[in-house]
Design a protein around this ligand. Structure first.
Ligand code: ADP
Length: 168
């Protein structure tokens, strides 16, 4: 079964097969991790994203990584937190699962996830971590690829939440 690792830092620096972008439905870039990924990958990433023409919440799309160390970027659109009664939990789970499915179908062995929806989209961090870890563990149980999933936490609060959750 695949392994899970925890890292604190900037996802754009990671030397993995694929990094996941917490994008918005336009796929045309934005703030937070999305802005950082587009800046590091260079303008060709935006050109490829324009051709895709957007992505609904909970789904995922794959592009090349261009100037990133990562070969691919998997763009997924997490839900905006609206109080918890708008299927936010299901949408967030689907963001993780659909990203993992794209990873498998593109022979990705190592993939890094940011803490989707926990920035400007306002998803409560503890419950987002619970959904993320459960979705990834369940998927790795049933699939040969990816072999390694790295959770990349940028802020201290998420890092501590994930450290506690992954302890056992
Ligand atoms: P969302 O709109 O899905 O909430 P954000 O980019 O605002 O997306 O935040 C998602 C998470 O990404 C946050 O936890 C934020 O701390 C984190 N983040 C921001 N920049 C980076 C980066 N360069 N690498 C990894 N994570 C990042």
């Amino acid at each position: 079964m695949g392994t899970i690792e925890l890292v604190q830092g900037d996802i754009t620096k990671l030397n993995v097969d694929a990094i996941v972008n917490a994008a918005n439905e336009s796929l045309l870039g934005g703030g937070g991790v999305d802005g950082a990924i587009h800046r590091a990958a260079g303008g060709e990433l935006l050109e490829e994203c324009k051709k895709i023409g957007g992505c609904p919440t909970g789904e995922a799309r794959i592009t090349k990584g261009y100037k990133l160390p990562a070969k691919y970027v998997i763009h997924t659109v997490g839900p905006i937190w609206r109080g918890g009664h708008k299927d936010e939990i299901d949408y967030l789970r689907n963001s993780y699962l659909n990203s993992l499915k794209l990873a498998t179908s593109n022979n990705v062995e190592t993939i890094a996830f940011p803490n989707i929806s926990t920035g400007v989209y306002g998803f409560p961090k503890k419950s987002a971590a619970e959904i993320a870890v459960n979705a990834v563990k369940g998927y790795l149980d049933k699939n040969k690829l990816p072999k390694k999933v790295i959770f990349v936490c940028f802020d201290d609060e998420n890092f501590e939440i994930y450290r506690d959750k992954l302890k056992g």
